[in-house]
Design a protein around this ligand. Structure first.
Ligand SMILES: Nc1ncnc2c1ncn2[C@@H]1O[C@H](COP(=O)(O)OP(=O)(O)OP(=O)(O)O)[C@@H](O)[C@H]1O
Ligand SMILES: [Mg+2]
Length: 572
């Protein structure tokens, strides 16, 4: 076993004392033995030895005591230093926790801001904001209100933990200056709304809040922070009840709700309202600080999304306009080609009509004379009849050619379209019955009288019915349906048959002059119809299914009044 170190000096001390005692004893004994009796000499030598030892011990103990005192002092100092060290260690740990929290907060903010900037969809951005407020900033409920400057309102746009209908009720006029949410927008800084409920809402500026008001200097904002204004005025607007409902149950709770502006480019574009309804946790300064850092990012993301949305809508509108212009150009081009062709036909037909009409009337009058002179029983009588019929047909063709080339000028009168249809059907009743066609009428009895040229409209309907009858000739099922109806802008006439249908590639061509699939057809019927309806500012469309039938739809404008037409005529 090893000897403890403190025993070594003790051992030496004991040996030294013993030796000193021995030396003193020997010296004094020798000296005293010579002068005194042995008893006295021994007594005195022992006494001197003891006094020597005592002096020696006092000296030694003083030395030891001094050392112990020094040791105690340094231990005290050591303890003090250790205390200080522990204190600073605790402080460091606390700071470390705060820094870690801040780091986490920053990381979260960074994650949220990256999530926000990854999309330009406003709704998705607002959802990300609400998620961030709930998950990372630990608020129970949140509402995002956006400023609608055009309409002068702040509107509830998206919420978390608040019923949808209450959110849609949240519409605050920007003019309501006493409203705490309007104040948040106008002042561009956050507020704590201390009490919400029946007694109204009271604003309280967060103490020592270092958020700079938009446009104010740093000195001003410092002054504001040191002596924050407290707003006592409750809301007096009609919206008060609605807030009361939304923030029900918050009465009496301090720091009940925070209203933080969503700022971007020195402009407030919305407000974030948060509270802790369920947990009842008060909103601390630290919460507000995090909220402000967060809403700065959120405000920018919202602004960007809004700008993107406006730009997108603008470019969509532009694209739409371009498409429309392209379509109009195409139509105008087609119309031009059509008109040019018509103009050429027109020129030709005027010449032909002029050249042909006189010889034709001579032929007809000669044929008529011969017809009269020829006996009834004479077999030649049928030829003179035939000559007259063909001349009539030629006359009709020439007339049609002139109609198709000249712009028809409708003589407009207020008339009920149903009446015009009934009149035509009265004339055609025989023809329809003889062809074995079943006629169905579905006439809207509430049709108003509109401005039309009844004679020209008759020509259109007649042409279409005749086409239907001709094209249904060889069909087993022969059904003709005439219907009328109306919507806001147009009155519609629908003429449907159960004929062979028109192939898709011919559906546009049928309105071109001289297009005909009939062996004896001139191909002018629908071209004339088209021109007449265009002169009425209407349109003709067709729906057709092969082997099922065709429907022609004639649309005439409803809102044309005689007065307007007359005014137009005068202007023209
Ligand atoms: N109801 C219909 N069913 C099927 N095809 C039709 C119908 N109406 C018109 N068409 C088609 O449209 C073409 C043009 O018709 P349009 O009335 O202009 O001339 P057409 O009837 O041929 O001759 P015209 O009327 O001068 O005797 C017809 O030849 C036919 O091909
Ligand atoms: Mg025809």
């Amino acid at each position: 076993m090893k000897e403890p170190t403190y025993l070594r000096p003790l051992r030496w001390l004991t040996i030294s004392i013993f030796l000193v005692m021995l030396v003193v004893y020997r010296l004094t004994e020798n000296y005293l033995n010579r002068n005194l009796s042995t008893g006295w000499a021994t007594f005195l030598s022992v006494t001197f030895s003891l006094i020597g030892i005592a002096i020696l011990l006092i000296l030694v103990f003083r030395l030891i005591y001094g050392q112990i005192w020094k040791l105690t002092l340094s231990q005290k100092k050591h303890e003090e230093t250790a205390g200080l060290f522990k204190k600073s260690k605790d402080e460091l740990e606390e700071k470390n926790i705060v820094i870690t929290q801040k780091m986490n907060e920053l990381k979260t903010l960074d994650r949220i801001s990256r999530a926000m900037s990854s999309t330009m969809d406003l709704d998705r951005i607002l959802n990300t904001i609400l998620e961030g407020v709930a998950k990372h900033l630990n608020f129970d409920r949140a509402i995002i209100c956006l400023v609608n400057e055009k309409q002068g309102f702040i509107e509830g746009r998206q919420a978390m933990g608040v019923a949808g209908e209450l959110l849609s009720d949240l519409k605050i006029p920007l003019a309501d200056g006493q409203n705490p949410i309007v104040k948040t927008v106008k002042d561009g800084r956050p507020y704590i709304i201390a009490r919400v409920g029946e007694g109204g809402m009271h604003l309280q500026e967060p103490v020592s809040h270092q958020v700079r008001r938009l446009g104010s200097t740093q000195e001003e904002s410092k002054a504001e922070v040191n002596s924050p204004p407290i707003y006592q005025g409750g809301t007096t607007s009609s919206q008060e009840r609605t807030y009361g409902e939304i923030f029900a149950g918050l009465e009496g709770k301090v720091n009940a709700m925070a209203s933080v502006p969503l700022v971007a480019k020195e402009r407030v574009n919305g407000v974030l309202l948060v509270d802790n309804l369920h947990s009842g946790r008060p909103i601390e300064e630290e919460d507000l600080r995090s909220l402000v850092t967060f809403t700065n990012q959120a405000g920018l993301a919202i602004e960007n999304a809004r700008l993107y949305d406006t730009e997108k809508r603008f470019s969509e509108e532009l694209r739409h306009q371009v498409e429309l212009a392209k379509k109009e150009l195409k139509e105008a081009q087609a119309h031009l080609i059509h008109s040019e062709r018509l103009a050429a036909v027109g020129e030709m037909s005027v010449i032909v009509a002029h050249e042909v009409r006189n010889p034709m009337s001579s032929i007809r009058s000669c044929a008529q004379r011969i017809h009269k002179a020829v006996e009834e029983k004479d077999p030649n009588k049928k030829y003179t009849n035939y000559i007259m019929q063909e001349v009539d047909r030629l006359e009709r063709i020439v007339k049609d050619m002139l109609t198709v080339t000249r712009q028809p000028k409708p003589n407009l009168v207020e008339e009920n379209v149903n009446r015009v249809i009934e009149e035509i059907l009265l004339h055609m009743d025989d023809e329809i019955r003889k062809s074995g066609t079943v006629l169905t009428k579905e006439l809207d009895q509430n049709l108003p009288a509109i401005l039309i040229d009844p004679a020209l409209l008759k020509q259109v309907i007649l042409n279409m019915i005749q086409n239907a009858l001709i094209f249904m000739q060889d069909r087993e099922k022969k059904e003709l349906k005439i219907a009328t109806g109306q919507d806001k802008r147009f009155l519609q006439i629908r003429i449907s048959d159960t004929g062979p249908g028109i192939p898709a590639h011919n559906r546009k061509k049928v309105f071109e002059p001289f297009f005909s699939t009939k062996p004896q057809g001139t191909g002018l019927g629908l071209a004339i119809c088209q021109r007449i309806i265009l002169a009425h500012k209407g349109k003709i469309e067709l729906e057709s299914e092969m082997d099922k039938g065709t429907t022609f739809i004639v649309s005439l404008p409803m809102k044309r009044t005689r007065k307007k037409e007359e005014e137009k005529g005068l202007e023209g």
